[in-house]
Design a protein around this ligand. Structure first.
Ligand code: SF4
Length: 650
C-alpha cells in the first residue's frame, strides 16, 4: 500500500529497511548526561514497532553544550556503554541507529542554579528568545569544540551506532557560524561565506577523521530558519551543495525554523495549526543541490503524507517523530495495511516537547505509555475477567475502556450524550484546534477494537449502577463550566466559553473574555469572537495569555490573537460586571481595573467536577473508581493517564 515508504534506503554503507525515521528529540529520559534504562525502553518500543531509523537525541560535544540539565552528553568515554545498550536494543528489531552531535552556541537556557556554562558563540550576538548574551569564541575554543565533534563521533561508533549527524539546524552553533547576522567575526571564521562555512566544514572533517570509513555522517539543517535574522534558503543551499561536493555528507536531514525567536521556534515542533508536511518543498530544494539522500521533518503525521513526499521526490525518507511518540507501532500498522488502527498524532505538543520544556520525561497525551514503557508497555495478565462499567465517554473513560477491554475484561461504557468525546468535541471547534478531536476518534477506535461496548445517549443513575451489578465501576462523568461568585448588576450579558463555541448569540461590540486558567479555551474563544467581528478584550490572571500552553502552541495562538486585534490585559481577576462595565482587580496591586463600553462577558473560569456518581462510592464500597474531571478538573493528558492507571489496576 505504501510502495515508496516501505522500500529500503541506502545511506552511506548502511541500509534502512524503510523510509520512516524518528528524528532526534529530547526526552528527559537522561540522567546525569547518560542513557538510562527508560531511554533504552522508549526507543526499543519504536524499533519493535517497525521504524527504519532512530536518530538518538542530541549529544553534547563539549561541556559548554549543556543547554538543559537533562541533555545527553558524548564528551567522555563513559557515555559509550549507555549508547551501546540503546543501539543493541534497536538493532534487535532491525532498526538502524544514528546519533546527533550537538552544540547549542548561544541557544542555551539560563540555569536557575547558576550552573549552566557561559554561552559560547561565534560573536557576542544575543539570543532573543533566551535573553542570553554569549561571548565570542577564541580560535583555541573553536578548535576545542571542533575536536569535540570528532571525539564524540568516535565514541558513538565504538558504541555500535550506525552513524551520526552534525546538528546545524534551528540556529544552533554551526548555523550561528553560517549566519552573517549572527557571526560578525573578522578572522578566518567570519567576514565571508567561505570563512563562515569553515566551522561546520572543520567539524564534519573532524567527525570523518575520527569516526573513520564506513560510518555514516549526515547533516541536520533548517531549509529556512523562518526568522527575521535566520539563515535563508539560499544560504542553506550553498552550504549543502558545497559540503556535498567536498564529499563530507552521506545524507542531509532537513527541517525548518530557529531556536532564536518565538516565531522561528514553533517550527521545531510545529503545532496543529501548521499544515501537514509543509517543509517538504524545502527538502526538495536541498535535494536538488546534493547527490545523497535527503530526509525531511515537519508535521508529517500520517503514512499517506509521507508516501506522497517520497513518491513525489521531495525527500528520500520522512521523520515522523511525533507520530511515533503517539503510536510506536505506526510503521508496522502502516506497512501491514492496518492504517485504520494508527493512533494519529494531533500536533498538540502538550506531552512531548511540552514535557521537555518543563523538565518532565517525554510522553503523549493520547498514549501515556510513552516514556513509561517499563511500567505500562506490558501489563500483567488479569486474574479474573471482571464486568466493568464505565460512566462517561470523555478521554478518561475511553482510555479506561480501551485498556480494560484489551486486558480481557468485559467492558461497557455509557455516555449520556449522543456522541463520545466530552469537552474535546467543543475544543476542536476553536480556531487552530481542529485536529484535537482526532484524540477522541483514536481513543474510541481503540476501545471498540478491543471489544468494549459503547452505549451513547445513556445516562447512568444510582439505580442503574446498582442493578447492573458490575464488579468494577469507573466513573468519568466530567465537569461543567465553573461560574465563580461575581457581583452582577443591571443584567449584564454573561456567557460561558463553551456557550460561545456552541454558537450562542454573542452581543455585537466590545466583549471581555475573562480567563482564569491560561489555557487554550480563553485564548481560543477570544480569537473566535474577534474573527466574528467583536472587539475583544482578553483579561487574564497571569502575566500573559495562554500561560499554560506549550510554548510553540502559545506562540502560534498569540500570533493569531495579535492578527485578530485581540487586546490582552494581564494580571487581572474578574470581580463583577454590569450592563456596560466589567470590574476587575489587579493581581499585583489589588487596585481596581475597569473595562467600559462593554456589551458582554465571556467566562473561561475553569470547571467544576460532576460528582453525582462519585458520591456513591460509599454505597458500592471498593467497586467505584473516579477518574478524570469528575474528581477535579484536569487536562486531557492527566485524564487519559488516569484512565490507563485505573484500567491497569483492575
Ligand atoms: Fe502528538 Fe500531542 Fe502526543 Fe505530542 S502529545 S505526540 S503532539 S498527540
Amino acid at each position: 500500500k505504501f510502495p515508496h515508504l516501505s522500500s529500503p534506503l541506502r545511506i552511506g554503507g548502511v541500509t534502512l529497511k524503510n523510509r520512516i525515521l524518528s528524528s532526534g528529540h529530547d526526552t528527559v529520559l537522561v540522567q546525569d548526561g547518560r542513557v538510562t534504562d527508560e531511554l533504552v525502553a522508549y526507543h526499543e518500543a519504536r524499533a519493535a514497532g517497525g521504524v527504519g531509523l532512530i536518530v538518538v537525541q542530541v549529544g553534547g560535544v563539549h561541556e559548554t553544550a549543556r543547554y538543559t540539565t537533562h541533555v545527553l552528553m558524548a564528551t567522555d568515554d563513559e557515555c559509550i556503554a549507555g549508547y551501546r545498550r540503546l543501539a543493541q536494543a534497536a538493532h534487535r528489531h532491525g532498526a538502524r541507529v544514528f546519533g546527533q552531535l550537538f552544540h547549542p552556541g548561544r541557544e542555551i537556557l539560563e540555569s536557575r542554579d547558576g550552573s549552566a556554562p557561559v554561552a559560547w558563540a561565534p560573536s557576542a550576538t544575543p539570543s532573543e528568545r533566551f535573553h542570553v548574551m554569549p561571548r565570542a569564541m577564541s580560535p583555541e575554543e573553536i578548535r576545542e569544540v571542533v575536536d569535540g565533534y570528532g571525539a564524540a563521533a568516535r565514541r558513538l561508533r565504538e558504541a555500535g551506532l550506525d552513524g551520526v549527524e552534525v546538528v546545524a539546524s534551528h540556529g544552533y552553533l554551526p548555523a550561528q557560524f553560517l549566519n552573517p547576522l549572527v557571526n560578525v567575526r573578522n578572522d578566518r571564521y567570519g567576514g565571508s561565506d567561505e570563512n563562515r562555512l569553515r566551522f561546520l566544514h572543520e567539524a564534519l572533517c573532524s567527525v570523518r577523521a575520527q569516526a573513520g570509513d564506513g560510518f555514516v555522517v549526515g547533516l541536520r539543517i533548517s531549509g529556512d530558519e523562518l526568522s527575521h535574522d535566520g539563515l535563508t534558503t539560499a544560504r542553506v543551499l550553498e552550504t549543502t551543495a558545497r559540503l556535498d561536493a567536498d564529499g563530507l555528507l552521506d545524507y542531509v536531514s532537513v527541517c525548518a525554523g530557529s531556536s532564536a525567536t518565538l516565531s522561528g521556534s514553533l517550527h521545531i515542533a510545529p503545532p496543529m495549526s501548521q499544515p501537514a508536511g509543509y517543509t517538504a518543498p524545502l527538502a526538495a530544494e536541498v535535494r536538488a543541490t546534493v547527490n545523497v539522500p535527503v530526509m525531511v521533518a515537519g508535521r508529517i503525521n500520517q503514512p499517506q503524507e509521507a508516501e506522497q513526499i517520497v513518491a513525489q521526490g521531495w525527500a528520500d525518507a520522512c521523520a515522523m517523530t511525533r507520530a511515533l511518540i503517539c503510536d510506536p507501532e505506526m510503521p508496522d500498522k502502516a506497512l501491514q495495511d492496518r492504517t485504520e488502527e494508527i493512533r494519529a498524532c494531533i500536533g498538540c505538543n502538550q506531552a512531548c516537547i511540552g514535557h521537555f520544556q518543563r523538565g518532565y520525561p517525554i510522553s503523549c497525551i493520547q498514549h501515556p505509555e510513552t516514556g513509561r514503557e517499563r511500567r505500562f508497555a506490558v501489563l500483567p495478565p488479569i486474574v479474573r475477567r471482571k464486568r466493568v462499567l464505565i460512566v462517561g465517554g470523555g478521554p478518561a473513560g475511553l482510555k479506561a475502556a480501551a485498556v480494560a477491554a484489551e486486558r480481557g475484561h468485559e467492558v461497557t461504557l455509557h455516555e449520556a450524550a449522543r456522541r463520545v468525546g466530552g469537552q474535546v468535541l467543543l475544543a476542536e471547534r476553536l480556531p487552530g484546534r481542529a485536529e484535537f478531536g482526532g484524540a477522541i476518534t483514536n481513543l474510541e477506535g481503540e476501545a471498540r477494537r478491543a471489544g468494549a461496548r459503547i452505549v451513547t445517549g445513556s445516562r447512568v443513575d444510582a439505580a442503574l449502577l446498582r442493578a447492573a451489578e458490575p464488579d468494577a465501576v469507573i466513573v468519568a462523568t466530567g465537569a461543567v463550566p465553573r461560574r465563580p461568585a461575581l457581583e452582577l448588576a443591571d443584567d449584564p450579558v454573561v456567557l460561558d466559553a463553551w456557550d460561545v463555541v456552541r454558537g450562542a448569540e454573542t452581543p455585537r461590540g466590545r466583549i471581555v473574555v475573562a480567563d482564569w486558567r491560561g489555557d487554550w479555551i480563553g485564548l481560543g474563544v477570544a480569537v473566535l469572537l474577534a474573527r466574528q467581528g467583536r472587539r475583544v478584550v482578553l483579561c487574564v490572571t497571569g502575566f500573559g495569555a495562554g500561560e499554560h500552553l506549550q510554548q510553540y502552541v502559545r506562540a502560534a495562538m498569540l500570533g493569531d490573537a495579535v492578527r485578530a486585534k485581540v487586546q490582552i490585559v494581564p494580571n487581572v481577576r474578574l470581580y463583577g460586571a454590569d450592563s456596560d462595565t466589567v470590574y476587575l482587580q489587579h493581581t499585583l496591586t489589588e487596585e481596581p481595573v475597569l473595562v467600559e463600553d462593554v456589551s458582554g462577558v465571556v467566562l473561561a473560569q475553569g470547571h467544576d467536577p460532576v460528582t453525582e456518581l462519585t458520591d456513591l462510592a460509599d454505597a458500592l464500597p471498593g467497586r467505584i473508581t473516579a477518574i478524570g474531571d469528575c474528581v477535579s478538573p484536569r487536562t486531557v493528558e492527566e485524564a487519559v493517564l488516569e484512565g490507563l492507571t485505573a484500567a491497569a489496576a483492575l
